[in-house]
Design a protein. Structure first.
Length: 423
């Protein structure tokens, strides 16, 4: 009943929480980061709808967009900003690519260290949005190079290969010491190989197959020996004595072959190949008076009928009839003893030893009527009283009274002249 005929007033309802504007009738808009609408109504609270905080978008985290912001998840770079238009935020959270020395779709999806690298990649929320410890693995033992990814080569004298992998160890393969090559000995090429005894040269390690350079070659048989080479065995040549054995230092053999020295009694000792062993009695020729029998010089044996057989150099051939002197009764004629021939007037000439020189007048007996005087036969002289004395064979002994006839008045009686007796 008062003037105006009403009481109260109608005032515009203020915009509700999380919205802005003069009042509901004038229109309210949801604050940035809030989604929804505010519509005026006639019933309390005189509007419908609400502004709800938008959730943090994909790849981000937080309570909501307007409550203090959303942060990009670990491994994502960018930011989330609240806006008033749908979808009520602007998001630039993008996956960070895998860092150097790693691979994978992105940090958030997971990164693995590249082959040859050890370590890990973890997503974080601060720039650069990851932590990485992918470090290159060093080249393994017996290999050279900076790192496995950079490439490793086996050291000289080692064979094998080193290949980068992503599994523990981060490489496969190895470098193994190469064994000492043929004709050499030792633990391995890197540890050092020496040519075997009887071989000269050296073994040097290198980095390309076969990982060594070898010049071990067999030493030739030395002077005065024969054979393929020292390791295969050398034998002293004919005429030499000794031995050759393999050795590990220069000249890569020991021993020698010394020329044999032979002897020869009665001739010329063998030399060179003919002297087959040291101090052997081997003849290749004989002095005068010797003959060669196999490898010995034997003194010749000569004969001599009627004298002394030649010996030594005078016996020029075996069984030869050679005289150097004659027995009594013989004379030397060239190399022969001839029996002397003697004469004897009135008797028997000496023969054999009694005939002491050729053509000598030597009697060994006398004919009847002769007597031996020294080596001469003298005619006997007989006497005869009253007649004729015997001569020649009739005078049988010297000074014998032997008559062969009587003078007148005598008669022969046996060998005497007797005076006749008359009456």
């Amino acid at each position: 009943t008062n003037n105006g005929f009403y009481i109260g007033s109608c005032g515009g309802v203020v915009c509700p929480a999380n919205s802005n504007g003069n009042n509901v009738p004038s229109g309210c808009s949801c604050n940035a980061g809030f989604a929804g609408t505010v519509v005026a109504s006639t019933t309390s609270p005189f509007y419908t709808g609400a502004c709800s905080a938008s959730a943090c978008p994909a790849n981000s985290n937080g309570v909501s967009v307007p409550s203090g912001g959303c942060s990009c998840n670990a491994g994502f770079a960018g930011s989330v900003t609240a806006v008033t238009t749908s979808p009520f935020y602007i998001s630039a959270c993008s996956a960070v690519v895998c860092p150097a020395n790693s691979n994978g779709a992105s940090v958030s999806a997971g990164c693995s260290c590249n082959a040859g690298y050890k370590g890990s990649v973890s997503a974080v929320t601060t720039s650069p949005f990851y932590t990485s410890s992918c470090s290159a693995v060093s080249c393994p033992a017996n290999a050279d190079g900076n790192t496995v990814p950079g490439g490793c080569s086996c050291n000289a004298g080692y064979s094998g290969s080193v290949t980068a992998t992503t599994s523990s160890g981060f490489y496969i393969g190895s470098c193994s010491a190469v064994s000492c090559p043929t004709y050499s000995g030792g633990t391995s090429v890197p540890a050092g190989c020496s040519c075997n005894a009887g071989y000269s040269g050296s073994v040097t390690r290198i980095s390309s197959s076969p990982y060594y350079s070898s010049s071990c070659s067999p030493v030739a048989c030395p002077a005065n020996s024969a054979g393929s080479n020292v390791p295969s065995s050398c034998t002293c040549s004919a005429g030499f004595t000794g031995s050759i054995a393999s050795f590990s230092s220069s000249p890569f053999y020991t021993g020698s072959c010394i020329q044999n020295t032979c002897s020869c009694s009665g001739g010329t000792a063998a030399t060179g190949a003919a002297c087959i062993s040291q101090d052997a009695a081997i003849c290749t020729g004989c002095n005068a008076g010797y003959r060669l029998s196999d490898t010995s010089c034997l003194a010749n044996t000569c004969s001599c009928s009627g004298g002394t057989a030649a010996t030594g150099a005078a016996c020029t051939s075996q069984d030869a009839a050679i005289c150097t002197g004659c027995n009594t009764g013989y004379r030397l004629s060239g190399t022969t003893c001839l029996a002397n021939t003697c004469s004897c007037s009135g008797g028997t000439a000496a023969t054999g030893a009694a005939c002491t020189s050729q053509d000598a007048a030597i009697c060994t007996g006398c004919n009847t009527g002769y007597r031996l005087s020294g080596t001469t036969c003298l005619a006997n002289t007989c006497s005869c009283s009253g007649g004729t004395a015997a001569t020649g064979a009739a005078c049988t002994s010297q000074d014998a009274a032997i008559c062969t006839g009587c003078n007148a008045g005598y008669r022969l009686s046996d060998t005497s002249c007797l005076a006749n007796t008359c009456s």
